[in-house]
Each structure stands twice: as C-alpha cells, then as structure tokens.
Design a protein around this ligand. Structure first.
Ligand code: HAM
Length: 424
C-alpha cells in the first residue's frame, strides 16, 4: 500500500526543531506583553469576500494563491492567507475599536498556494501584530522598535530595515495614473500578466518577478515623487524618531508590498542569509481598511513575522537554544519493578513539580534502557530492578560524572534528586 505523505509545501515541525520555535514564541509572547499587546485568536477560515475586499482583487494572493472552497451550504470560504483582515474583522465585530490605541497580536498558520521553495511554503506561520486607532508616526516607531528588541532578545543579528511610504489613496491614485502612462509607453516589453494589470492595477506590475522586466521596473516613476506635504511630514517625523532611537534603516522606494490595503508607511526586515526569500517580517499602515470592510473610520498599522524564516535564520546563525532534555530517566525492568515504577514516578512528581522525568518501564533489558537514558541527555538515571523493588530502594546513577551509583530509599528519593539535579 502507498504511504500517505504530507501535502507539498506543508511541513511537519519535528521535535528536534520545536525548541527553536518555542524559543521564538516564548520571547515574542513576553515582549509583546511588555509593550501592552493582548493576544487575540481569530478563526483560520473566513468568508472569501473578506480577503477579496481587503487584500485586493488584483493581487497574486487573491488571484492565484487562496485555498477557497464552498462549504456544504454553498458559501464560499477561504483558509486565511494572512490575518490582518481577520483581526480587523474581529475588532469591528466585537467593538474593540472603541478604545483607540488597541494593541493586539496573534500567532498561527496561514495558507497560500505558492510555488514551494526554501523559505516559501503553502502552510506557513506568522506572528501578527496590529496597533489599531493611532494615526501618528509614533505607532510605526513603536512597532519597529519592538521588532528590533525582539531580534536582540532572540539573539539574531544582521536583519536590515527597509522603509517606504505609499501615501494616501489620493496619492496612490495619482501614482497609478503616472505608472499606467509609463508602462503603456513600454507595452511591448510587458508580459501577459503585466499587460492585464496595466488595465486593472498597474501598481502590481512592480511586484513582477519576471527577470526580463526588472530594468523597466527599476526605471519606473517613484511614489515618493507624488507625495504631498502631509505624507512627507509624516514620513519625516517617523525617520526623525528612528534616528533619535538609534535605529538603522534604508529608505527603499521599491517596496510596494503584495497586499492592496496599505496606505502610508510600509516596511520590511530582510536578511541576505536565507537566499531568495529574505523578508523575515513585513508590514505597514492601512488607514482605510477598517472602513473598507465596514467598520468606523480608524487608522491602523501592523506587521507579521514569518516564523519559518525566522527559525531558519536562528539556525543559520547557530543561535544557542535551551535544550529539551529530561532531568531524570527512570529505567525499570522486571514484573514487580515495572508495576511499581509509575507509583514511584508520581510520588517524585508530587514532591518536585518542576522535574522533567521520563519513565521507561516497558519490555527490554536494563542495558537497552540505560542506553536510551544516556541518549535522552538526562542528568541522572533512576534504576529500579526486582531487587530494589523488593527492598523499597532505588539506584541513582549520575549519567554525566561516571562515578559509582548510589542506592537510596524510595522515601528519600525526592530529596536526593533535588540535591543532585537542581543543585548546580
Ligand atoms: P506578508 O509580507 O505577506 O504580510 O507576510 C509577512 C511575512 O510572512 C513575510 O515577510 C514572510 O516572512 C512570511 N511569509 C509570507 N508568505 C510566506 C510563505 N509562503 N512561506 C513562508 N513565509 C511566508 C502580511 O501577511 C501582512 N498581513 C502583514 C501585516 C500585518 N501588515 C499589516 N499588519
């Protein structure tokens, strides 16, 4: 019979990798809490309409990458390709926007039918952070400073910050006209996708990965040249705030992002250490989205970190991670000892709740069990044979210092373990 394998682009995170994921999750959770962000957990499936309206009809995500299906009622649903839209939908639905300066975050899987490659998957995970109701550049600064602190807490280095400002919808409309004129004048050089986008959304031509169009894109008009006084002042204040806080950045007028809801500042943290998929974190301001999906007019800004990419960076930089090793490994062999093993282990867990203890009381020889104890990385082995079981005692073997084992009474085991495992 054929074995069933995971779906292409959807990965198992195996026990050996989980410690890196947990390292990131733990630090992010703590850090977000210290900046006043609260967790929110929207569902993974939403009405398709939500993503069409927010991400934009003429984007790669909506045109070609969504996992969309009809449910049994014939309603069109979609596995979330990102979760800003869901967070905003939830905030509107539950009145969270009544308090301006609402800070929320969420974490979980997203789904995009992209061509899988290193750093690009069909199921991937994000930590998504949104700050709702703050129009001033202080919001941008807070998010950027928080991410900088997260990189430091995690021990990753070398991430570069790139910023751009897309301006208001009016500015974008003017820019769209300019771009349409420019690309129309070069229509023979456009590929099929771009020709179609010329009609529907010329800004998206800038997303094209087609190598033969890159020079044309490089030489295209820049949105910054369309900025009015307000857009320029907002961006300048942000840059001044970042300068004051000692943040290094590069203004990159080519960052347009792949989602249509952005207005104003957009930013990405990128690395050259992961090959082609170097964006570890991306986000920006989306002051029109709340109203566009039916809520009260409200400015907002956010970002999302790609967890697969961040974990890959941790590994590439050999960041030291807390090892997931048990403190103690209880090896029991023999009929009476195997029955006793769990009772002994439970007494020990009652007395030393922080103890990480693995119980090996199944079939097999002591030799095999002690080999497994060694391999587990445990500090000590607790050896329970028929003889010990009969006399109410247990042998304790230090697996690091190859000294003689000591035999202690089961009544004194908790004290002995505490002294040997937790004292240095
Ligand atoms: P995004 O740039 O589409 O933005 O995704 C954010 C991050 O998710 C990327 O920088 C990348 O690290 C990761 N990512 C995206 N697609 C994939 C993939 N196929 N495989 C692996 N990782 C991936 C958003 O999703 C916006 N919702 C961010 C945001 C929040 N803007 C405002 N608030």
């Amino acid at each position: 019979m054929n074995t069933i394998q995971a779906i292409r682009g959807m990965n198992d995170v195996l026990p050996g990798d989980v410690s890196a994921w947990q390292h990131v999750e733990r630090h992010a959770r703590t850090l977000l809490g210290t900046y006043g962000y609260e967790e929110i957990r929207p569902p993974m499936v939403e009405r398709t309409e939500l993503f069409r309206r927010s991400i934009g009809e003429v984007t790669d995500i909506v045109e070609k990458e969504m996992y969309t299906f009809d449910d049994r009622n014939g309603e069109s649903l979609t596995l979330r390709p990102e979760c800003t839209a869901s967070v905003v939908r939830a905030a509107i639905e539950h009145g969270l926007l009544r308090t301006p300066g609402r800070r929320v975050w969420t974490m979980g899987p997203m789904f995009r039918y992209e061509r899988p490659q290193k750093g690009r998957y069909r199921q991937f995970h994000q930590i998504d952070v949104e700050l709702l109701g703050v129009a001033e550049p202080s919001a941008e600064a807070e998010l950027i400073l928080m991410t900088r602190r997260l990189w430091k807490a995690l021990g990753v280095s070398g991430l570069a910050l790139e910023l751009n400002s897309l301006g208001s919808r009016d500015i974008q409309a003017r820019y769209r006209t300019r771009l349409a004129e420019y690309f129309s004048a070069h229509a023979p050089a456009l590929d099929e996708d771009s020709l179609r986008r010329l009609e529907t959304n010329p800004l998206r031509i800038l997303d094209s990965k087609n190598p033969s169009m890159q020079t044309l894109i490089e030489e295209a008009p820049r949105i910054v040249d369309e900025h009015d006084g307000d857009a320029r002042a907002h961006f300048d204040r942000l840059l001044a705030t970042l300068d004051e806080a000692g943040v290094e950045y590069r203004v990159n007028p080519r960052i347009v992002r792949g989602l249509d809801y952005y207005t104003g500042t957009v930013f990405e943290w990128t690395t050259g250490e992961l090959g082609a998929q170097g964006a570890v974190c991306g986000g920006g301001r989306y002051d029109n989205l709340v109203a566009e999906i039916g809520g009260p007019a409200s400015p907002a800004i956010g970002f999302a970190i790609g967890l697969e990419r961040l974990v890959a960076l941790l590994k590439a930089q050999s960041v030291e991670l807390p090892a997931a090793r048990p403190h103690a490994y209880l090896a029991a062999a023999g009929a009476r000892a195997s029955i006793l093993a769990h009772a002994v282990a439970e007494r020990l867990r009652d007395a030393v709740p922080e103890l990480c203890l693995v119980v090996d009381a199944g079939h097999g020889s002591f030799k095999a069990k002690l080999r497994r104890a060694d391999r587990s990385g445990a500090r000590i082995a607790l050896v329970l044979g028929e003889e010990e079981a009969g006399s109410g005692r247990i042998a304790v073997k230090d697996l690091r210092a190859r000294g003689p084992q000591s035999v202690v009474s089961i009544d004194e085991l908790a004290d002995h373990v505490t002294r040997n495992v937790f004292a240095g």
